[in-house]
Write a protein that binds this ligand. Sequence first.
Ligand code: FES
Length: 104
Amino acid sequence: INITVVDEDGESREVEWRDNQTLLECLHKNQYPVLATCGGNASCATCHAFLDPEHFPASGERTEEEEDLLEMIDDVATETSRLSCQTEYHDELDGATVTLKPGM
Ligand code: FES
C-alpha cells in the first residue's frame, strides 16, 4: 500500500508500506529517523506518530502498554496517536497520512 508521511519539517512524501512491516519498520526503511529508543518494545514512546482520523480505525486496537505510554505523553498525543512500532500493516490503511512530530 502507499501512505503519505509528513515529516517534522512539514514535508510530505508518498512511501510504500509492505505487508511484512510494522509502521515503524516502514518509516525506517524510508529513511525517516524515528528514534525508537526501546527497539520496538512498546516502552519508550519515541516512535509516536499521528494517523489521519479517517484511517485511524483501520490501524487496529491499541495494546494496553501502548495506551499507558500514550497517556504519559498526553501533552502531545491525540485521539489518533499510535506507537508506530505497535502499528501493523492493514490493507485498509492504503492512502493514509502519517504525521511525525517535531522532537520525537
Ligand atoms: Fe519504543 Fe515504539 S519504539 S515504543
